[in-house]
Design a protein around this ligand. Structure first.
Ligand code: SAM
Length: 274
């Protein structure tokens, strides 16, 4: 607890990022990762292998964007640093530890990839119109964009924030969530370089005998295309939940991800560029 309290004090982040609990959540993820190190290791290894597979499609190796880099536990940072002239690690908040390295060409950028969180923080009574972000779309030296274990997390903190600050109708919250996800997928789809989407495609709850008793679709049915690879992430084993129940995520990796006709784009209303 003291360690986490001090980390929160020392980690630089704008007030609204702290008040929306993005920083506390990042610190909590690091603590869970320590407690579940062995359980999470296969997922982290699968993610690293997926990233190395995705960048095989690069024709040049100038800049790679890694979105949702967080503590970099699932990023093959040394390899990316060797291969690319510039590695841009993007997250709404970067844990202090993730910044401890000696590579000048590996840069941490603190950025809300949805472009909507500050607006939501300041105006919680009005759910934002979702616009497709244009972040880095006009940068000509980007050769790979990797969305890493981020997409399913995008709605989690804003929804928790709204529950505490300003209640909304469930239908409106569902539309907001789908639009938030869809905007991210559309943002990724508009790059012409190599891309990868790595994200949860199912959240499962298991009973003491290991039988799945509940499944949720964190992507709200938006993505139907088959992933290039998939695996399980033992995200909350029994020693973590402290009960006989456990949770695991089914994670998908889509290489060169683009939304296509098989995906359900009817989730929200048509979106424009911001
Ligand atoms: C499950 S973690 C990813 C794990 C991370 N790759 C690692 O190795 O530790 C999800 C990450 O998404 C980030 N995130 C959530 N919402 C974000 C947003 N709107 N913009 C940018 N990053 C966001 C969180 O801060 C967190 O670091």
């Amino acid at each position: 607890m003291i360690r986490e309290f001090l980390t929160a004090l020392l980690t630089p982040a704008p007030q609204w990022v702290k008040r929306m609990e993005f920083l506390n959540e990042a610190i909590a993820i690091e603590a869970r990762a320590r407690r579940c190190r062995d359980d999470w290791a296969p997922h982290q290894q699968h993610t690293k292998e997926a990233i190395l597979d995705a960048i095989k499609a690069c024709k040049q190796h100038r800049t790679v964007l890694v979105v949702g880099s967080g503590a970099c536990l699932d990023i093959p940072l040394a390899e990316l640093g060797d291969i690319f002239e510039r590695v841009l690690l993007i997250d709404i908040v970067h844990p202090l530890k993730a910044k401890r390295h000696d590579w000048n060409h590996v840069v941490h950028i603190s950025l809300d990839i949805t472009g909507q969180m500050k607006n939501l923080y300041e105006n919680p009574e009005k759910l934002p119109e979702m616009l497709v972000p244009t972040i880095y779309h006009d940068s000509s030296d980007i050769d790979a964009v990797l969305s890493v274990n981020l997409a399913s997390q995008l709605p989690v903190i804003p929804l928790k924030y709204l529950v505490h600050i300003k209640p909304h109708d469930v239908i409106d919250l569902n539309r907001f969530t789908k639009n938030l996800l869809l905007a991210h997928f559309q943002w990724l789809s508009r790059f012409t370089c190599a891309t990868a989407l790595i994200c949860d495609k199912a959240w499962e709850r298991l009973d003491g005998s290991g039988t799945v008793i509940e499944t949720d679709d964190p992507l709200f049915g938006l993505i139907s295309q088959k992933p290039t690879r998939e695996w399980y992430w033992e995200v909350s084993p029994r020693h973590e939940t402290g009960t006989e129940f456990s949770r695991r995520n089914r994670v998908g990796y889509w290489s060169n991800f683009r939304l296509n006709d098989s995906d359900d784009l009817t989730a929200g209303k048509k979106m424009n560029c911001s």
